[in-house]
Design a protein around this ligand. Structure first.
Ligand code: SF4
Length: 177
């Protein structure tokens, strides 16, 4: 991988922080899955969410088959962070940046497995569970769907996920081999 080229290309995107590390450093926990199951309205509604993504152990094994990782963070300022609709409207630009970075990795001949934010919103209505995912190449499951405690990794590298005020932060993981 030509990391210098990649970093130069990423510097042209509105990414506020990023860190390269080894996928083996990620922390997986069934507790995260429990939160999905008990608190998330998307549970059981998408191939990008549990249980469609498989068990935490299966997710962990899939992630570890891509030994290298990049965690990237973007942020956006909103008028009122308690306005859920306004806050969620900043998600699409982050997803677009994640796609662009994924494309940069692929352009170098790398295979990627990408985890991003929330549930997949590519289709108006997800094909789950009646038919296979329609766009597996564009579908990014959310980081938490795989049982990943991302704050632990972020804190280890001094990445900020909360700036306070009306600043929304989004993060994605690009796993690669
Ligand atoms: S791409 Fe479509 S079918 Fe696949 S997970 Fe996303 S919404 Fe569901």
């Amino acid at each position: 991988m030509d990391r210098a080229l990649l970093e130069q290309q990423m510097s042209e995107l509105p990414i506020v922080q990023y860190e390269f590390f080894e996928t083996g450093e990620l922390v997986f926990s069934d507790r995260v899955r429990y939160v999905c199951e008990t608190e998330c309205p998307q549970y059981g509604k998408s191939w990008a969410c549990p249980p469609g993504v498989g068990t935490v152990e299966a997710c962990r094994a899939r992630c570890l088959s891509y030994p290298h990782a990049l965690l990237l963070v973007t942020m956006a300022e909103v008028e009122d962070i308690s306005d859920i609709a306004e806050t969620l409207s900043t998600r699409a630009p982050h997803e677009e940046i994640t796609h662009q970075v994924d494309d940069l990795f692929r352009a170098q001949g790398l295979e990627t497995y990408v985890l991003s934010t929330e549930s997949c919103a590519v289709c108006g209505k997800c094909a789950y569970p009646d038919a296979p995912c329609r766009h597996p190449d564009r579908m990014y499951p959310c980081v938490e769907s795989h049982g990943i405690l991302i704050l632990e990794t972020g804190e280890r590298y001094g990445l900020e996920f909360q700036y306070g005020g009306n600043v929304v932060t989004w993060y994605s993981l690009i796993l690669y081999r």
